[in-house]
Design a binder for this molecule. Structure first.
Ligand code: F6R
Length: 617
């Protein structure tokens, strides 16, 4: 939600680099964008409604002077509609200080009223403009140093923020601060940088300092000083990011989503293969995992929590871990956990899944568990993210940066990590023998080459036909049972979020309890019907749909005539062990959503109203 990029460098013109970073962050918000730069004791501002291309056009028509310092922002509206006056950066009413902000200032209305009484004027509907005026007020009232003024203003603020502040008086200095919104500081010989996430700065550096809540930093071209919440100078070693700049680029693909769907076989290898030990039939996670066999044995229950797509992998994780290690579990929507009764945590382990590691609802749930005395295992794709830092135990999925708003490879990486977790728990709790562990690892390694067929031209043709059909309907149902029920939820979510076609996922057994009333010639079903314990019942469900003139798009294994006979559109997948079938079946569901959205001309990587990283509750 909102993306920030800022730079203070040793010389030259930093605007192209800042815009490059901003484009990488466009997934975080795309209703307006802006950039500010200092020049000759004043501040210059360019802002535009729409995507970053609109800002670039504005800069082409109305260039900023070359500058070694700049702050920029891409917005996802919270306070006030998308409009130039609401776009960031925001300046104080004397146009001396400029600020970009991600988050929500909860007490902005009171602060605004106070400042108005003191004579400040406001030109936008935003909470951000209140903060920059408050900083300006403090600077004029005893806190002459910009850092002091920022710290004084932040003491009055309740809410979440990541901010970068620049003053016309000190053009070679940026002040940054964070509270519950992500912010990283990048370090290089050429300058100091700040951004909402690491991919935005990978073209400039791979060395980062991650700010903790309450901390501030003073950025100068040649050095960065970090301060704790009390204003005391602290030292921190930089971390080196192992992502490459190319991973954050489209690399010739028309959309990030397509690139990320096609990267999934590599995600499997990166997330799993080095951790799998064929000889012992076990999985070895890095030291951040932090469990011994004894601690795993002491766990009595696992609670999985997440939001959106990550919640769907949580549902699958619960089933996988129960299957291989017999630990009972439950899955909760993280935003609902706060309202659950405060029962004793006992030997309950909470697993929180998040691609970004910055989802506000999931972080809130993590902190609530920790407050109640429980332990949290985070499964996360972003090193240095809040979940990665604050969880008691950690497994990183090695998907590389996910840029498309619709999550694809991160879901796949999470399922892979959950499969590994299930093996580790099964082995530690002696529910799996060495030989069984070896077989599960062998199946996982054998999966990678089997995935190739899903990217063949024949598979693409089948998907295209089904997509041409689905693009004509206004509503549809996704059905699955057992391991495939969470996939039905995920298939429906993918379709609705990028094509805007209404879709719901249901456990197929539920169909006759209500949704069947919807089935008609114009209301199709997507059925996930690969072999396993739910196979026969899925066939009956498909027959019931067809008996009511409903059309069926079915996912079944190649050559399965029984499924093909029940399907108007048959999407063939390779046969794999049932436990691994979600990693196969998800791919045609993603491809289907992509092709439907493409056919309908939707904005696939940046669907309307959505932001990739939902950092507000
Ligand atoms: C859907 C999607 C969202 C996210 C959700 C949680 O395609 O991407 O539903 O899965 O916002 O995000 P993370 O995994 O970053 O916590």
């Amino acid at each position: 939600m909102c993306g920030i990029v800022a730079a203070v460098t040793t010389g030259g013109n930093v605007i192209p680099d800042v815009l490059h970073g901003l484009r990488t962050l466009e997934y975080r918000g795309y209703d307006s964008a802006g950039i500010a730069a200092p020049a000759e004791d004043s501040l210059h501002l360019r802002r535009q409604v729409g995507k970053i291309s609109a800002l670039e056009q504005e800069l082409a028509n109305n260039a900023l002077p070359d500058t070694p310092t700049a702050v920029a922002h891409t917005r996802w509206a919270t306070h006030g509609p998308p409009a130039t006056r609401n776009a960031h950066p925001h300046m104080d009413d004397e146009k001396k200080i400029v600020l970009v902000h991600n988050g929500i200032i909860e007490n902005y209305a009171e602060l605004r009223a106070d400042l108005q009484e003191r004579g400040h004027q406001f030109f936008s509907d935003t909470d951000t403009e209140v903060l920059v005026n408050l900083i300006a007020w403090h600077q004029k009232n005893g806190k002459e140093e910009l850092h002091d003024a920022v710290r004084a203003a932040l003491k009055e603020v309740h809410g979440a923020y990541a901010i970068v502040v620049l003053s016309a008086k000190t053009p070679d200095l940026l002040i940054v601060a964070r509270m519950d919104s992500p912010l990283v500081v990048g370090l290089s010989e050429e300058g100091s940088f700040a951004a909402s996430d690491m991919p935005a700065l990978l073209h400039l550096t791979r060395d980062f300092l991650v700010l903790e809540n309450g901390e501030t930093a003073v950025l100068r071209p040649k050095n960065v000083e970090l301060f704790n919440a009390e204003g005391v100078r602290i030292e921190r070693t930089a971390i080196r990011c192992d992502w490459t700049p190319e991973q954050a680029e489209k690399g010739g693909y028309p959309h990030f989503m397509l690139k990320e769907i096609e990267e999934q076989p590599d995600v499997l290898a990166r997330t799993a293969f080095d951790r799998c030990h064929d000889l012992t039939g076990d999985v070895h996670f890095e030291k951040e995992f932090g469990f011994t066999d004894a601690t795993i044995q002491s766990i009595q229950r696992i609670r999985f929590m997440a939001m959106g797509t990550s919640l769907h992998s949580a549902l699958l994780g619960q089933q996988m871990v129960a299957e291989l290690s017999a630990v009972p579990g439950e899955t909760l929507n993280a935003s609902e956990f706060l309202y659950s009764p405060n029962l004793e945590e006992g030997q309950t382990l909470t697993v929180i899944l998040s691609q970004s590691g910055e989802t506000a609802d999931s972080l809130r749930a993590m902190r609530e568990v920790q407050k109640r005395g429980g332990q949290v295992l985070g499964i996360c794709n972003v090193m240095g993210s809040t979940l990665a830092r604050e969880a008691d135990h950690l497994i990183l999925t090695h998907c590389g940066p996910e840029v498309g708003v619709a999550s694809t490879k991160a879901f796949f990486g999470q399922l892979t990590a959950l499969y590994l977790l299930a093996i580790r728990f099964g082995r530690a709790r002696e529910k799996l023998s060495k030989e069984q562990g070896q077989e599960l690892i062998h199946d996982l390694r054998a999966l990678r080459p089997k995935l190739d067929v899903l990217f063949s031209s024949e598979a693409a043709e089948r998907i295209q036909k089904a997509a041409d059909f689905l693009a004509q309907v206004s509503s549809c149902l996704f059905l699955g049972r057992g391991f495939h029920f969470p996939l039905a939820l995920e298939g429906a979510l993918k379709l609705k979020e990028i094509s805007y076609i209404h879709a719901e996922g249901y456990p197929a057994g539920e169909m006759k309890h209500g949704p069947i009333a919807l089935i008609s010639e114009d209301f199709p079903v997507v059925a996930i019907a690969t072999p396993g314990r739910t196979y026969e019942k899925m066939i009956s469900n498909m027959e019931e749909v067809r008996a009511r003139a409903g059309k069926v798009v079915a996912i079944g294994v190649a050559g399965d005539q029984r499924i093909a006979n029940q399907a108007d559109y048959f999407l063939a997948v390779p046969e794999v062990p049932e436990l691994l079938s979600p990693l196969v079946n998800i791919i045609p569901l993603q491809q289907l959503a992509y092709q439907v959205a493409l056919k309908l001309g939707r904005d696939i990587d940046q669907p309307r109203n959505l932001a990739k990283s939902v950092t507000v509750e």
